[in-house]
Design a protein around this ligand. Structure first.
Ligand code: SAH
Ligand code: SF4
Length: 362
């Protein structure tokens, strides 16, 4: 060490506890000379009691709490904006990360389900033309802790209201399979029976179709749901809507989906945002049915959420009916999703865009 270094030199960024898996936390505390059972206690404070402050951890000795406070942070994001739908069933929160970046997370209540839709990246490098996140470009990937923290944020809010978070979908900003390790580590953290203990089948990972990531995911031994954002059933059309299709075309994508079903026994979901005059023709529906033949699959039809950077409009009802009639003819199982949270721009990336617009206006 140089003698020139002043005692006030920039401190190392503190360890974020949400970023540590159990073995790493174990070795951190073992290094401090703490007995093994302290790690379990701390783990429960983090993932069972959802503590936001070391002072809440009353069964930990004060010196340990002080050392934790001095050398680590928990990693709870700060909520900087929130909007609620008129019916009160959907809320969207803008969460500020330590470096000042912001991500969106959405909570949807439907019947007895409370689902958190969480982000895996700030922005997204894929650039799907209809997507507000894609229009924003890519800023950075989130850490595992930053992903987990979004689900815990809503779990805490729900608990205060006597409810429970029942489902998590990785369907917010970003492409989870381009941030593979952090996304998988976050999923494993959420399903840990000693911690947050969410059922594997209550987690959905949505991907635009990163084929090597799907292949890898198939071998993880997980029972989560895989959703593919398809939106088009011919390469010609999908190349225009989803630029990644030029790299991994439909043949490769469906081969990976078949492999996923074979390995996991899980049904794959296909997301399809209906865009007027673009992908809502009976011909596309027929091509979709042909692609899905022999695959354990389900289609989710979503009306397009209009975004400032894309001229497309949601399909009118007549087009939807013609599209679903074609699916029915081919016995393709589908659900028409409600336009939940449209009044709060609950579409991916829209709150961040909205907030940035407001900042610029002031
Ligand atoms: N990158 C991943 C996960 C995040 S996007 C993926 O693309 O799957 C979450 C979902 O919202 C995707 O299905 C995406 O296609 C869809 N989506 C994005 N913009 C939309 C819009 N304007 N209207 C309707 N759905 C949209
Ligand atoms: Fe990225 Fe998904 Fe949006 Fe496409 S739809 S730009 S992959 S976040």
């Amino acid at each position: 060490m140089s003698s020139m270094q002043s005692p006030t030199s920039i401190p190392q960024s503190p360890t974020r506890l949400y970023d540590l898996d159990l073995p790493t936390l174990q070795s951190l505390l073992a290094g401090w000379g703490e007995p093994a059972y302290r790690v379990r206690q701390l783990w429960e404070w983090l993932y069972v009691h959802l503590a936001t402050d070391f002072d809440q951890m009353t069964n930990l000795p004060k010196p340990l709490r002080e050392q934790l406070a001095a050398e680590t942070i928990i990693g709870v994001p700060q909520m900087v904006d929130t909007v609620r739908s008129a019916d009160g069933e959907t809320r969207k929160d803008l969460l500020r990360l330590e470096d000042g970046e912001t991500v969106e997370a959405v909570l949807m209540r439907y019947r007895r389900r409370c689902t958190a839709c969480i982000s895996t990246q700030v922005g997204c490098p894929i650039g799907c033309v209809f997507c507000a996140t894609g229009q924003m470009g890519f800023r950075r990937s989130l850490s595992a802790g930053e992903i987990v923290a979004q689900a815990l944020h809503f779990a805490r809010i729900l608990r205060a209201e006597g409810e429970r978070l029942t489902n998590v979908v990785l369907m917010g900003m970003g492409e989870p399979l381009l941030n593979y390790d952090a996304s998988l580590s976050a999923i494993r953290r959420l399903i840990d029976p000693r911690g947050f203990n969410l059922g594997q089948r209550r987690i959905t990972l949505s991907t635009v179709g990163v084929v090597p990531g799907i292949e890898r995911l198939a071998g993880e031994g997980l029972q989560i749901t895989l959703a593919i954002s398809l939106h088009a059933a011919t390469d010609r059309l999908r190349d225009q809507l989803v630029p990644l299709n030029r790299r991994y075309g439909l043949d490769a994508l469906f081969e990976a989906c078949h492999h996923y079903v074979k390995r996991t026994g899980r049904r794959v979901s296909f997301e399809w945002a209906l865009i007027e005059g673009v992908n809502d023709s009976p011909m596309q529906a027929k091509a979709l049915a042909a692609r899905l033949a022999g695959l354990l699959a389900h289609v989710n039809l979503i009306p397009l959420n209009p975004t400032p950077g894309y001229a497309g409009r949601p399909s009118p009802h007549a087009a939807l009916t013609a599209f679903t009639a074609e699916l029915e003819r081919h016995r393709v199982p589908y659900t028409v999703r409600l336009r939940r949270g449209v009044d709060i721009q609950a579409g991916c990336g829209q709150l961040r865009q909205h907030s940035a617009g407001q900042e610029e206006a002031t």
